[in-house]
Design a protein around this ligand. Structure first.
Ligand code: FAD
Ligand code: A2P
Length: 270
């Protein structure tokens, strides 16, 4: 079958979902919303495979964290635009009414089930690694299970933080979780290559203790603190070393512990 990319023509793509909204944040970042398969149940923080029909007539799929919470009627995704990327060079042009492919098999480790109960959870992200936390920050379970939630997000520039900033801002007025979030969610965005009121890598701000001082929090303690990490492989490796230095151990769905990690993308030949 000769199915054009992001086609609105019939017949439908396999596992097709319809794009309802697209927002471009920078030249390199956009978010979009699609219809949700009625049967799809997922845990906030999980990812699915999405994509478009390739020129060869085969689905071109990539892993994407679901950025919307599990209660949302639609699904939201937050995406990079890789100029020569097989998928995103095309996906960045989708419009409302277009179709994408979505395999309804959610998986992942950035879920509350993979952490032991604690008092405080740290969400640590760079770039599009914010996506799973965009879901978790909008999930009531996050606030039911933790007294405090700290979202550290670092990008090179201020513009790259904007999707996350608007999302956090919108939570205050959210009818479902607005009250739960108040006073519990501490947002700590930083840049590394443009002036901003808070700067520096997540790793440096944890190692130096600057984030604890700025937020008036005690240092990370395995008795009370939990962490979820999502960024490049290099970021994840460096953060893991710091968290283990604080005494946290890596958990999994089958073996909950004090922190969990997921790659935001596969790159650098890995
Ligand atoms: P690819 O051939 O897949 O990638 C080309 C190169 O671009 C990579 O080698 C890497 O260097 C770089 N790259 C790819 N993705 C990113 C990224 N997100 N940030 C910075 N550099 C990148 N991507 C998202 O945009 N949003 C998500 O929510 C998301 N969730 C993911 C969850 C998991 C578990 C994994 C493994 C990956 C996730 N990705 C996400 C990455 C995604 O699967 C694709 O790599 C991305 O959409 C680019 O696809 P592509 O075919 O255009 O280029
Ligand atoms: P920096 O500007 O100092 O490299 P990128 O755009 O390269 O994916 O990086 C996104 C953000 O993650 C940047 O602010 C970058 O900081 C930061 N970063 C990259 N690698 C690491 C790492 N190993 N540890 C901590 N932060 C990192």
């Amino acid at each position: 079958m000769d199915a054009p990319l992001a086609s609105t023509s019939k017949p439908h793509l396999p596992d097709a979902q319809t794009v309802t909204q697209v927002t471009h944040w920078t030249d390199n970042l956009f978010s979009f919303r699609v219809s949700r398969p009625k049967s799809l149940r997922f845990r906030s923080g999980e990812f699915v495979m999405i994509g478009l029909m390739g020129d060869n007539g085969k689905p071109l799929l990539r892993a994407y964290s679901i950025a919307s919470p599990s209660w949302d009627e639609e699904l939201e995704f937050y995406s990079i635009k890789v100029p020569d990327g097989p998928l995103t060079s095309k996906l960045q042009h989708i419009q409302p009414g277009d179709e994408i492919i979505l395999r309804p098999k959610p998986v992942g480790t950035l879920v509350h089930d993979a952490l032991l109960p604690g008092k405080r959870v740290w969400f640590l992200a760079t770039g599009t690694g914010l996506a799973p936390f965009a879901s978790l920050m909008r999930d009531p379970e996050t606030y039911e299970k933790n007294e405090q939630v700290i979202m550290m997000h670092t990008c090179r520039t201020v513009a790259e933080l904007e999707y996350g900033r608007q999302l956090v801002e919108s939570l205050k007025d959210d009818p479902l979780i607005g009250e739960m979030v108040a006073g519990k969610l501490l947002y700590y965005p930083t840049t590394t290559r443009e002036d901003f009121h808070h700067m520096g890598r997540v790793t440096d701000n944890l190692s130096s203790g600057k984030v604890f001082a700025d937020l008036n929090l005690p240092p990370i303690d395995p008795a009370t603190d939990r962490a979820m990490v999502c960024g490049s492989l290099a970021f994840n490796i460096d953060v893991k070393a710091i968290l283990e230095g604080f005494g946290l151990r890596e958990g999994a769905n089958s073996d909950p512990k004090e922190y969990v990690v997921e790659k935001a993308f596969v790159g650098d030949g890995i």
